[in-house]
Design a protein around this ligand. Structure first.
Ligand SMILES: [Zn+2]
Ligand SMILES: [Zn+2]
Ligand SMILES: [Zn+2]
Length: 573
């Protein structure tokens, strides 16, 4: 579900006629405020809240082509005077347009727009509407969504706000009665009246609405019905991070708080995917540079009320365009999307990288996928980003396409660690050389392998330490050798200090790569079934010992060194 702010201004609008104040003469488009109204859209449905005197202009800007219904909060002129402009929508929808309001609002509308309700022949075109009175308690069910009227005090009068799903829109009000507050718990988004700083007899103020937000604790709040006392940029800077000034054209995606979604194909992408701030890339390893890009995406998305999104590819594009150069991956796709969730993203599209996708020109890739399907309003990428057939598109081209299709472009500079530029290729190189500490620094977490615990050659039981063998790996594996590791049970969160051997176990005449982990403390309860092994530090090469006893003695020495290393480093983990 999306909510579009059609107007965020007070009854006279901003700029105000005849006023030369800094806000009324500001160049910032967010300081231009039409009269207050929002449009709620979901699954092809659209509900308009209030028909302001600016409705025609607002409908054109938001591309409104049809409406399921109009809800009226109250019948003040700034909320109803555009009602006549629904006429073009009548041409596009059969039957009259339902207009819901309280008994008082509907009576005022019928009086104000008397010509609409007169019976008898007329030569001019008049709106076809059907007024429906609500009792202020019962939810209005429209297109499968309940719109719950919320009773509010507007000076001495009673007006209504509406709750729909996890969003609520409370325009004009001076007070919210306690029984209405009860209906406003667990909101993702709350829109509410905040006229100005100075008190007003019939409107809430910035201070008062901040108190409301403090009490109701929505995930995000947007102030609306704003007068020319509040310059957008300066006011925004003074508000808490989850509270913003609404502005005309702002589109907010309403979702379950904390909801994270992964889509495995374009066909799965729902129509309400965006609007989003988007990053695009392989993101193998989700290392420090990837995370700084994702942090920017999340910051832009939260500031604008969009979704924070990423598009990544599976398989790695190189596997399709140059299979012989296909890299061994640091992270499988599930682990990668989980790390992207942790980096603050709301949704990820894993685009199956097929030969057809590889053939898309840079321009079509942006137009068809990035703007048309994902509704990206901002694209944030790394400095070395390339896209489209033959990787022909670069950041300069992205800037041009952004201007043409109307999305912002932000290029993140390289992130350096000592003399290295942080990158997946560099991390892979560290790991293939057994340099786990540098890999750890670039990833901002230890490199890890995970998988099922499989039966080993039975050697472990002859040792004195519990041994877990990791199932065969498809991605990158550290240089053969012995490592200080930490082992996590993926099913119940238990964890152990450990030492792991990557190699062919030459003492026992092995020839297949195995990853064998010796826990430094016994485990209580059942044997773990799925584990993650974090590689922290390489102790030594794998080598052949005379016999199992010599190996056992070496393992005990390894264990001692590992304990010492872990004591020193665990406080950083
Ligand atoms: Zn108003
Ligand atoms: Zn002014
Ligand atoms: Zn009012």
């Amino acid at each position: 579900m999306n909510v579009t702010v059609l107007g965020s201004g007070t009854s006279v609008g901003v700029p105000t006629i005849g006023c030369h104040c800094p806000v009324c003469t500001s160049d910032d488009p967010r300081d231009r405020r039409l009269r207050p109204s929002v449009l709620v859209r979901w699954d092809g449905h659209a509900v308009l809240i209030d028909t302001t005197p600016d409705f025609r202009q607002q409908a054109l800007a938001a591309h409104i082509e049809r409406l399921d219904a109009v809800l009226i909060t109250h019948a003040h002129a700034d909320h109803i005077m555009g009602l006549d402009d629904v006429r073009p929508l009548n041409f596009r929808t059969p039957g009259p347009l339902p207009v819901y309001g309280s008994a008082g609002s509907i009576a005022t509308i019928r009086r104000t727009f008397q010509y609409i309700f007169e019976t008898g022949p007329t030569e001019s075109s008049i709106p076809k509407i059907e007024t429906r009175v609500f009792d202020g308690e019962t939810a209005l069910r429209i297109g499968g969504v309940d719109f719950v009227p919320i009773r509010l005090a507007h000076g001495s009068g009673t007006v209504y706000g509406f709750r729909f799903g996890e969003a609520a829109y409370l325009t004009d009000h001076s007070d919210i009665p306690p029984e209405s507050r009860e209906k406003l718990r667990n909101l993702d988004v709350l829109f509410l009246d905040a006229l100005r700083y100075r008190p007003h007899p019939t409107h809430s103020t910035v201070q008062r609405s901040l108190e409301t937000v403090e009490e109701l604790k929505p995930r995000r709040a947007f102030f609306t019905h704003i007068c020319h006392d509040l310059p957008h940029k300066e006011t925004e800077a003074k508000l808490p991070t989850n509270v913003h000034l609404a502005y005309d054209g702002l589109v907010i995606h309403v979702g379950a708080p904390g909801g994270f979604r992964v889509f495995r194909s374009l066909a799965e992408v729902p129509s309400d995917f965006g609007p989003c701030a988007l990053t695009i890339g392989n993101f193998d390893g989700v290392h420090a540079a990837h995370r700084s890009i994702m942090n920017r995406v999340a910051a832009i998305a939260h500031e604008r009320g969009w979704r924070a999104a990423a598009m990544t590819f599976d398989p790695h594009p190189t596997a399709i365009v140059a299979p012989e150069k296909r890299p061994q991956l640091l992270t499988g796709i599930d682990r990668r999307t989980e790390l992207m969730r942790q980096a603050g993203l709301d949704e990820v599209l894993v685009l199956p990288f097929t030969p057809e996708v590889a053939r898309l020109s840079a321009e079509r890739f942006i137009r068809e996928i990035v703007t048309e399907r994902l509704d990206a309003r901002a694209v944030v990428v790394g400095h070395n980003f390339h896209f489209g057939r033959g990787a022909a598109g670069d950041t300069a081209m992205l800037h041009e396409l952004g201007q043409f299709y109307g999305f912002e472009v932000e290029i993140c500079p390289a992130v350096r660690y000592r003399r290295h530029v942080v990158g997946s290729t560099q991390v892979r190189q560290f790991i293939t050389h057994g340099d786990m500490m540098n890999a750890w620094r670039m990833l901002q977490r230890p490199f890890a392998l995970e998988g099922a615990v499989v039966p080993g050659a039975g050697i472990g039981r002859q040792q004195t330490v519990p041994t877990l063998n990791l199932s065969e790996q498809t991605g990158l594996v550290p240089l053969a050798g012995v490592y200080v590791t930490r082992t996590h049970d993926l099913d119940d969160g238990r964890e152990w200090r450990s030492v792991s051997n990557v190699g062919v176990r030459p003492t026992f005449g092995g020839d297949r790569l195995s990853i064998e982990t010796f826990l430094l403390s016994p485990f209580d309860g059942r044997t773990p079934e799925r584990i993650r092994v974090e590689f922290l530090y390489r102790l030594r090469d794998e080598r052949k010992f005379e016999n199992a006893d010599a190996l056992k003695a070496q393992i005990l020495r390894d264990a001692k060194r590992a304990e010492r290393f872990l004591r020193l480093t665990e406080r950083f983990l």
